[in-house]
Every structure is written in structure tokens, then in C-alpha cells.
Design a binder for this molecule. Structure first.
Ligand code: 13P
Ligand code: 13P
Ligand code: MG
Ligand code: MG
Length: 386
């Protein structure tokens, strides 16, 4: 029987074990206890608690719709309980992503990342939950584009009548708090102009043009923008529905065979390859990375989460992991130089203002030479125009 289901994935870093590398099992146990209570009361239909690196991931099903204060409240309580344990164990950055003490009905803007969608459960509902660590929401731009708009990735866009019409992309300008929806294939080049700048433009959701249904949703919360300082990278999540009127499971996983370069890694301030790994291997260590992505697959049965299947726990992703290690090695050799280190305006923290202040007196004017406005400056100015 078709039923309205909400799938909510809410995550936060509430303390790392050791440093920012992994999750202590007691934190997951504390979160599970809270979610089990919510299931017993009938608020949640089902849940799965897991982690990617140092991020605690709550995968929950219910019928309350998106942004339910009760479901968000349960997630917040789970993060608070896990934070208490993290404090007792003196884990690193205990309570890192909980930016406020007072929960007020919605975790949005309070630190955690949220990806939620409500839909009528299909006869067979396959979903994949992607979870990243040591990276940022822009990491989903390239794979989501390939899944839903690139016929070289998704054969179904060409040969399946249900996919052939294409998909609509809701893109958020995370700096200006604006959004635009673009339709593929016809607006593909416009879309790519935005998606190619993942530090500023992120795909929030994707919709089927044939049925209007939601196909994918991601977390686009930016911790540093909310907190006004660096507290940790955003380590995003993304949910994708698969099969039938949506791309097949293998088409949804396929973009991750290419370990593309994302922002994050050490101190949130470096570029590195996104390495697809099993849940067991989501423990970033080298230079606090390289950035990781885990994919857990579920079939839904009246909201029950049948799974997970650990989708990247497969030798067919060994080559991507090997390439990611080669790219990591190559980038690491740049040390503090761009493009390994992020450009100045995108770094999560920097000693530059202090350095400029301290050295101001030694910074001399150069007579007779006026700097010409560079193309970059001109472009920045143009982008300011609304
Ligand atoms: P500290 O400066 O507290 O060591 O934090 C740095 C950090 O967490 C980067 O991984
Ligand atoms: P997280 O965002 O995973 O906490 O990592 C922070 C960091 O600075 C790693 O070097
Ligand atoms: Mg951390
Ligand atoms: Mg993390």
C-alpha cells in the first residue's frame, strides 16, 4: 500500500575519537537509546545510527513530514546525550557542531546538517544515503550532476522512457541566500556555470520532470557562516532515490568511481580527492583525510529501513581508492601552496590578517607602479550585482 513517508537524515560532529578521525561507540549507543525511545513512542517508524569519520549520522523514517519539530527535537536530544558522553571521555571537540544550548523546534541553523524528503513510498523504494567527512556540501555538485544530467554516466537518461524527460535542479547560493531552479537537459550549460563553483552554489534538491517527484536532497548547511568562525567542516549528507523513474543504483554510485577534488581535509582548508569507502574504512587519518564518502543503501518497507547495504564495500571501487591515494600524495607535496591549500578567501582560518597587521610597517609602496585591476577583481565586482 502506498504510504507517505519522510526520510530524515540529520548529522552532527559532537566529538572525535581520536582528534577528528573516528566515532567512539559509546556516542552511537547514546544516540541509539534516544532514537529507540522515539520509536517506542511511535514518533519514528525506524532508524539507523551510524557514523562517517567523526560525524554522528541519524537516519530516521517517520510520517511527520519535513522539518517536524518532534523529529528535530529527537535528533537534538540524541546529539546532546552523545555530547555528554563525549565530554566524559574528553573526546576532541565535544559538542563541536551544536552551536546553541537552546533547541527551538528546528535544528536548521543550529549546527547539524539536514537532508530530508517526504514522498509516497513506491512499490519498491530503493534509497542511498551518502555521508561525507572532511569535506563540504559542494562535494555533491559533481556527482549529482552526473547522476541526473550526464548521459555518459546515466544510461537511463538516453534509453529509459521514464528518465528521458530529464530532471530539475534546485541550486542554492549559500552566500547570498538565494535559490534558482534549472531544468536539464535544456539548461545544462547554465546549470554548470553555477555548479562549477561549489564553494558558493550547491544543489539542494533534484526533481523528476516526468512525475514532479523529489529524487534527491542534500544538506547545504555551512557551519562557518552560521557560527561566524571555524568550528569544523560541514561534512554533508545526501539522499538519492533509485530505480524505476529514477536512475538505477549503479548509475547513482557510478560518479564516485572518479575521486574528484573537493574542499575540506586538514583544518577544512585544503583541496583533496573524495575517496569512496566502506563504513569500516571511514576513518580519515592521513593529514586528517583524505576526504571520505560512504554510501548506505536501503529498501523501504512501509517506512522500515531494510538494510543497510554498504555500497562502496566492493572491489569495483578499489581503483577509485587507489587513484585517490595517488592524488592525495601528489597534492600533499604542495605543502602550504595553492591549489592544495585553499585560496585565501575560502580558507576556514588564516593567520593572514594578523600577519598583515604585524608586517604593515614593512609593506612599502612601490613608486610609479599602479596595480591594474585584475580580471578576478572585476569578476568579483560583477558577481556582487544582483
Ligand atoms: P586545535 O588548534 O585545537 O588543535 O584544532 C585544530 C584542528 O582541529 C584541526 O584539525
Ligand atoms: P571535522 O570537520 O571532521 O571535524 O574536521 C575538522 C578538521 O579541522 C580536520 O582537520
Ligand atoms: Mg571533528
Ligand atoms: Mg567530520
Amino acid at each position: 500500500m502506498a504510504r507517505d513517508i519522510t526520510l530524515s537524515v540529520i548529522k552532527a560532529d559532537v566529538g572525535g575519537w581520536v582528534g577528528h578521525s573516528a566515532m567512539h561507540p559509546d556516542l552511537e549507543a547514546a544516540a541509539r537509546e534516544v532514537l529507540e525511545g522515539a520509536r517506542a513512542r511511535g514518533l519514528l517508524i525506524d532508524y539507523h545510527v551510524t557514523h562517517c569519520g567523526d560525524d554522528l549520522e541519524l537516519i530516521m523514517t517517520h510520517d511527520r513530514g519535513v522539518e517536524s519539530p518532534d523529529v528535530h527535537g529527537t535528533a537534538w536530544e540524541a546529539f546532546e546525550k552523545a555530547t555528554e558522553v563525549a565530554r566524559q571521555l574528553k573526546l576532541y571537540g565535544a559538542g563541536q557542531d551544536l552551536l546553541s544550548d537552546a533547541f527551538s523546534g528546528n535544528v536548521k541553523g543550529m549546527g547539524p546538517g539536514v537532508a530530508e524528503m517526504a514522498f509516497v513510498e513506491r512499490k519498491s523504494e530503493a534509497v542511498i544515503v551518502f555521508m561525507g567527512d572532511k569535506t563540504s556540501p559542494g562535494a555533491w555538485n559533481l556527482p549529482l550532476f552526473k547522476i541526473f544530467a550526464d548521459p555518459f554516466n546515466t544510461a537511463g537518461l538516453v534509453i529509459s522512457p521514464t528518465l528521458h524527460e530529464g530532471f530539475r535542479f534546485e541550486v542554492h547560493d549559500v552566500l547570498k541566500h538565494k535559490r534558482i531552479t534549472l531544468s536539464c537537459p535544456e539548461e545544462m550549460y547554465d546549470l554548470l556555470m553555477f555548479l562549477g563553483a561549489p564553494a558558493r552554489f550547491n544543489i539542494k534538491a533534484v526533481y523528476s520532470k516526468a512525475t514532479g517527484e523529489i529524487a534527491a536532497v542534500s544538506s547545504t548547511e555551512r557551519l562557518s557562516l552560521m557560527a561566524g568562525r571555524y568550528v569544523g567542516k560541514d561534512d554533508p549528507v545526501c539522499v538519492v532515490r533509485c530505480q524505476s523513474q529514477f536512475p538505477a543504483v549503479g548509475e547513482v554510485l557510478e560518479p564516485f568511481a572518479f575521486p574528484h577534488i573537493v574542499e575540506g581535509w586538514m583544518r577544512g582548508s585544503h583541496h583533496g580527492p573524495l575517496m569512496p569507502v566502506s563504513a569500516r574504512e571511514a576513518r580519515p587519518s592521513r593529514f586528517d583525510g583524505p576526504p571520505r564518502v560512504v554510501a548506505l543503501g536501503f529498501q523501504l518497507a512501509d517506512g522500515r529501513l531494510i538494510g543497510p547495504v554498504d555500497m562502496f564495500d566492493d572491489p569495483s571501487f578499489d581503483e577509485a581508492r587507489r587513484q585517490a591515494n595517488l592524488i592525495a600524495e601528489y597534492l600533499r607535496r604542495h605543502g602550504p601552496f595553492e591549489p592544495h591549500r585553499l585560496p585565501l578567501e575560502e580558507m576556514e582560518y588564516t593567520t593572514m590578517p594578523e600577519l598583515m597587521g604585524r608586517l604593515a610597517e614593512r609593506m612599502e609602496e612601490m613608486d610609479g607602479q599602479r596595480a591594474a585591476p585584475s580580471a578576478t577583481v572585476r569578476q568579483d565586482e560583477e558577481m556582487e550585482v544582483d
